[in-house]
Design a protein around this ligand. Structure first.
Ligand code: BVP
Length: 242
């Protein structure tokens, strides 16, 4: 029997400062456009909130993370590198980095590997899992700042249809499970031509929500545990699983 603990760590928003890196480069590139401060961020999708601010800002936001060196130059979040290195040395513990690349693949996948090599060392390249569907990856714990972790359908739809009123509503509220079933079916149907795998309805991992500027206002669920930052007691979270 496998008695080892398998921890999956998200990259953007957990190890690397996607939100801070985005805002810095957006303001440099579009100094005369309005922006959303990190305090005002709501909802996982940066592009959605910028699109609500002004329709054309959605594409401007996307242009930032589709640019060369965006992912490469993200700063590590405070304490993340030290915590991962320490976690990886713990006995009976296997640590993987589980991250969803954007579909504009010119730079992102390469730069994610380069980031891991630079900040965590070449041995950690073995531990990188790039997937658009985290539900089909098995593990004991997934530490992720995205409140609702679904398969590839939702991500693909949002990238293709960022302005649909229904998606806007769902994303603003982060309430996929409370969306009426007929609407959920419709959304998944919209994506059926692009979908290669179905979403695993019952992932093996427990999702531990990593606190980020966009999710800190969400009500604390009684079932979901949170890791407030890397200064929070991540060892206790792991021990709860041993
Ligand atoms: O690669 C990141 C950035 C991208 O989605 C991926 C999320 O990966 P995980 O953190 O779940 O592993 N991304 C894309 C958009 C909009 C696309 Br249109 C966004 O607003 N925020 C975002 O993170």
């Amino acid at each position: 029997p496998n008695t080892r603990l398998r921890v999956l760590l998200d990259m953007d928003g957990v190890l690397a400062d996607f939100e801070g890196g985005f805002l810095k480069k957006y303001r440099e590139r579009y100094p005369n456009e309005p922006y959303i401060s990190l305090e005002e961020r709501r909802g996982f999708w940066v592009s959605t909130q910028y699109g609500e601010l002004r329709a054309d800002l959605c594409d401007k936001a996307i242009s930032i993370w589709e640019s060369k060196n965006f992912f490469m130059e993200l700063e590590p979040l405070p304490g993340s590198v030290e915590a991962v290195k320490e976690m990886a040395k713990m006995k009976n513990t296997d640590v993987f980095i589980c991250t969803s690349p954007i579909k504009h693949y010119a730079h992102c996948p390469y730069e994610k590997y380069a980031w891991v090599e630079r900040h965590l060392g070449p041995d950690f390249l073995e531990k990188v899992i790039l997937t658009r569907d985290k539900t089909i990856v098995s593990g004991d714990i997934l530490v992720d700042d995205k409140p609702d972790i679904l398969g590839p359908g939702q991500l693909a739809i949002i990238e293709r249809n960022v302005n649909s009123a229904l998606y806007q509503k769902i994303l603003r509220q982060n309430v996929w499970s409370s969306v009426h079933k007929s609407n959920r079916d419709w959304i998944m149907q919209q994506d059926s031509d692009q979908k290669h795998e179905s979403v695993e309805p019952n992932p093996s991992w427990e999702h531990v929500l990593f606190t980020a500027c966009h999710n800190k206002h969400l009500p604390v669920s009684t079932t979901q545990r949170r890791l407030l930052s890397w200064a929070d007691n991540w060892r206790d979270i792991l021990e709860g699983k041993c």
